[in-house]
Design a protein around this ligand. Structure first.
Ligand code: IVH
Length: 706
């Protein structure tokens, strides 16, 4: 303690290596706490001058000890106000993302998938737009009666932040559209970015003023857009390219290219490199052209986006999970660098996976200093024969965690050491094993801790997952606070989050008295926890952190079972045996399959887990999801397609039924509402007749949903 205190006051020039390292850690922690208080809780506890002094000391130490700069260094962070500072906007049409492909084969697969889905011949001529993928942040601009009325960020795709005041300061964005033909209600979507030259100038100014530097133009654009004070945004040169639209009174055209022409005529900036292509060869030629122009552009791009030109076909293709089937991003190769692998550390994940993390000699990759990279799992270390002391190639693509590609064996030093992967969990001492797949007999590539909920690492990681943005989304309760509350035994299981306020009232040391907290921030946290008692059922299920149950599976389960009670009842029945009716039904939910079904049955077969879920359900009241389309005659119905359909492919039929709120299942049971029988339908049709389920022809089905 006293040592830290001394260091705090020591001049930077007098610090030794170890002291500097500790000081940087302390400063990173303190600055992050103050950022949280200032931005998220609107409750700064120190003066601006005192805050600046902390940052200046951090910068001075980093300048003297550049090899000690931390990955979470405050100097590399965007000065962004987190979510809570802005109002929320629910997107009327979700803002989804794009699937990625990385090579020619990926592009051809994308085209094949489209043809297969639409039931077209490979040779059929389809046109695609090809355009740069801008590395900025997506925005949706809502116009009513030609006036810009609202601008929102993407957020989690369903709900973003209201940044209207800031967006109004961007001169590229029209505030009023007078041109004829602009729909009365129209949302333009596109990317806000900062040019490379503006980014350079901004960072030079920041340096001169002693303000924080931005790591890249994208962070600078994000930080500039999310300022609480619009005059700051106005002083930052943000730009905009339109690439699409959302909620609209009428479609802008019949084709993507046609829509671009109209957007341009209405006064929106469109990227000048957009091309219309008519074959895979042309698409790839545009890709290569843009790739070779890349370094000469004054803005960052990270790939090329292809979009099917015909909007009627886009509509038919629809979406799969969070990406359209009709568009794809062809990404540029990731940036690489070589450095020394100093050591390997093991991290224990939420599901017990032991992940080896490479501790590296710091190296700059694509403008960011990297010191840690993932080695994925035990099998990868063996396969790549990576040894401690090796020169290794690392790769960093976009925002994903950097990864070790492999060693440069020609440069292997004499003393390079093989890494002995632990067979006990470093967090709890339980055995860590590589399971064998029952069916294939293959050994899992991942070693896992068998400690389950007795393993503190798994418990704390599950809690972090539980509060995370796409799960319970508890504002003001981030990873760092969870770790602290866990260590201090304040929150060790999910339900304790919901009794936090009640327990706090009884406790001697109040939350408000903790370092980094205050009365206001504690009250805000209690309020946001209160708000999440009415969590949506899909988020509730996803939040449980069950292996193989991601957001999409969570949503499928929520749609299928409707309420938490039904879900729990079905899972209890499903865990009894793999032959039980409940298990078979679970496995047959379209999009779930045997792996996730088995993981669910295993999870609910474990009494600890059921206890946690039950205790949690005493605190929260999960809400049923709204039907996708409540007006549709098949909303909430279970449908089975069988035999050969003539007017659409099976995938299209399924996607369309789901869009109308129906559940598509692979097997007929007494819960099936309709069986749609195509040519040559066999056993499922017979089954339906036996069970008295309504059988429709393809045409009858089309009439029903028309
Ligand atoms: S089209 C349904 N076109 O990339 C999604 N996106 O990974 C349609 N982006 O969130 C997106 N340039 O922010 C599209 N020319 C472009 C783009 C582009 C950048 C971003 C966008 C989106 C992300 C998807």
């Amino acid at each position: 303690m006293s040592k830290t205190k001394n260091q705090k006051d020591k001049p930077v020039s007098a610090l030794d290596d170890a002291e500097a390292r500790e000081e940087l850690a302390r400063l990173a922690g303190e600055i992050a706490d103050h950022d949280l208080l200032y931005h998220q809780k609107d409750a700064p506890e120190i003066s601006d001058a005192a805050y600046d002094a902390l940052r200046q000391r951090n910068d001075a130490i980093e300048a003297r000890f550049p090899n000690l700069v931390r990955e979470d260094s405050p100097s590399s962070k965007v000065g962004a106000a987190p979510a809570s500072a802005f109002g929320k906007v629910v997107h009327r049409v979700p803002m989804l993302s794009l699937g990625n492909v990385f090579d020619e084969e990926g592009v051809r697969d994308f085209l094949d998938r489209i043809c297969r889905f639409l039931g077209l011949d490979q040779t059929d001529e389809l046109a695609f737009t090809a355009e740069p993928k801008i590395d900025g942040l997506s925005i949706t601009l809502r116009y009513e009666g030609g006036k810009l009325v609202q601008a929102a960020t993407r957020g989690d795709g369903f709900e973003g932040e209201n940044v209207t005041a800031n967006v109004r300061t961007i001169s590229d964005i029209p505030k009023q559209i007078e041109t004829g033909g602009f729909p009365d209600r129209f949302e333009v979507r596109g990317e806000i970015y900062m040019s490379r030259s503006a980014f350079q100038t901004l960072n030079e100014d920041q340096l001169r003023r002693g303000d924080r530097l931005f790591a890249n133009p994208r962070n600078a654009a994000a930080g500039s857009l999310r300022q609480l004070d619009s005059t700051i945004t106005a002083s930052r040169p943000l730009r905009f390219f339109a690439y699409g639209w959302g909620d609209a009174a009428e479609p802008p055209a019949e084709t993507q290219d046609g829509a671009y022409k109209r957007l341009r005529a209405w006064g929106f900036p469109l990227n000048p490199l957009i091309k219309l292509t008519r074959s895979a060869e042309e698409m790839l030629a545009v890709y290569r052209g843009i790739e070779s122009d890349r370094s000469g552009l004054d803005y960052d791009i990270d790939g090329v986006v292809y979009k099917l030109d015909r909007l009627d076909l886009q509509e038919r293709l629809g979406f799969v999970s969070r990406s359209p089937r009709w568009a794809v991003a062809h990404k540029f190769p990731a940036e690489k660098a070589t450095t020394v692998l100093r050591d390997i550390e093991i991290q224990v994940g939420r599901t017990g996976s032991l992940t080896p993390v490479a501790k590296l000699e710091p190296v700059t990759v694509g403008g960011v200093v990297v010191q840690n990279a993932t080695l994925h799992n035990e099998a990868e270390i063996e396969r790549k024969d990576v040894r401690i002391g090796d020169m290794v190639i690392i790769q960093r693509a976009g925002d994903v965690i950097p990864q070790v590609l492999g060693p440069v064996t020609e440069k292997r030093p004499k003393g390079a050491k093989r890494f002995v992967f632990p067979d006990i969990c470093p967090a709890c001492g339980s055995h860590a094993v590589r399971e064998e797949d029952e069916r294939t007999g293959k050994r899992d590539v991942v070693r896992r801790c068998t400690g389950g909920l007795i393993c503190p690492a798994q418990r704390v990681e599950r809690l972090k997952h539980f509060v995370s943005r796409n799960a319970f989304d508890i504002e003001g309760l981030g990873e760092k606070s969870i770790q602290e509350f866990y260590d201090d035994e304040i929150i060790q299981s999910p339900q304790q989050i919901f009794t936090l306020a009640e327990e706090d009232a009884k406790r001697e040391q109040k939350l408000a008295d903790r370092e980094g907290w205050g009365e206001l921030s504690a009250q805000k946290l209690f309020a946001s926890i209160e708000d999440r008692r009415a969590v949506k059922l899909d988020r509730f299920i996803f939040g449980l952190g069950i292996r193989h149950v991601g957001e999409i599976t969570g949503r499928l389960l929520a749609r299928t079972y409707g309420t938490a009670e039904n879900f729990l009842r079905a899972m209890r029945a499903a865990r009894e045996s793999r032959g039980s009716e409940a298990f078979v039904e679970l496995k047959n939910i379209d999009g779930i399959g045997p792996t996730a079904a088995a993981a669910l049955a295993d999870f609910f077969g474990e009494p600890h887990n059921v206890d946690v879920v039950e205790a949690l359900l005493e605190q929260v009241n999960p809400q049923e999801l709204e039907a996708v389309d409540q007006t549709s005659p098949v909303s909430g119905k279970t449908v089975v397609f069988t035999g050969t359909l003539e007017k659409m492919t099976r995938s299209e039929a399924k996607a369309r039924a789901e869009r109308l709120g129906a559940k598509v299942s692979g097997s007929v049971s007494k819960n099936t509402d309709y069986v749609v029988a195509g040519l040559g339908a066999g056993s499922k049709l017979k089954n339906a007749k036996e069970l008295g389920v309504a059988v429709l022809t393809e045409d009858e089905w089309l009439d029903l949903i028309a």
